[in-house]
Design a binder for this molecule. Structure first.
Ligand code: TMP
Ligand code: MG
Length: 217
């Protein structure tokens, strides 16, 4: 049986350079002759994604629980596509995933375990690269935009929860949701960040015979 491709998630605060780095990574994979697909959550193109988009732009108000479930549902919409791509040998790079879901909703005061529950058993990334930057440094890059959550206090809380998730993902007892979590210093130059990311991705590009894991299952 031929190996399946790896599933790579990029996480980070708003303005951590995530989207740029995702594109650079895809280009690098393709230049190495590896089929690769970039996915982004929220995926604002689906019906659910359009509800999320309106909420983020403050064009609608939704209960905190409800928007959390929509973000999760938006991942489940793509779950089978992710699995198919991996089995076909296409590396999947995801700009944000379930970790953002937990970090942002828990920052609004929803219980951590409640936030995790709807994402349990989604396809688990083989590698999560967390682009870590202080909210001050992120703001210094031109400030935040107009969207909900792009505020200093929110970003500080989100970062604390990402750090908690990092400890947990690398800790004992993760069962079948095996997933390496690597923190990358995103305050470096763009080139240094992409080099640091590539150093972790490059060893995986040959694929793996490990079954696709299930998050927190
Ligand atoms: P974006 O800036 O990457 O398009 O993401 C939009 C915002 O949505 C960003 O502030 C993070 C937030 N978010 C959640 O609150 N929950 C989620 O599950 C995801 C994927 C993003
Ligand atoms: Mg944003």
């Amino acid at each position: 049986m031929s190996p399946r491709a790896p599933f790579i998630v990029i996480e980070g605060l708003d303005r951590s350079g995530k989207s740029t780095q995702c594109t650079t990574l895809i280009n690098r994979l393709e230049a190495a002759g590896i089929p690769a697909k970039l996915l982004k959550f929220p995926d604002r193109t689906t019906t659910i994604g359009q509800m999320i988009d309106a909420y983020l732009k403050s064009q609608s108000e939704l209960d905190d629980h409800l928007i959390h479930l929509l973000f999760s549902a938006n991942r489940w919409e793509l779950a089978s596509t992710i699995e198919r791509l991996l089995r076909e040998g296409t590396v999947v790079v995801c700009d944000r995933y379930a970790f953002s879901g937990i970090a942002f909703s828990a920052s609004k005061g929803l219980p951590f375990e409640w936030c995790r529950a709807p994402d349990v058993s989604l396809p688990a990334p083989d590698l999560t690269l967390f682009l870590d930057i202080s909210p001050e440094a992120a703001m210094a890059r031109g400030g935040y935009g107009e969207e909900r959550y792009e505020k200093r206090e929110m970003q500080e809380s989100v970062r604390r929860i990402f750090v908690r998730l990092a400890e947990e993902m690398n800790g004992e007892g993760m069962g079948d949701s095996r997933s390496a979590w690597i923190t990358v210093d995103a305050s470096q130059t763009m080139d240094d960040v992409s080099e640091a990311m590539w150093a972790h991705v490059q060893p995986m590009i040959g694929g793996t015979h490990r079954p696709i894991g299930r998050l927190w299952a």
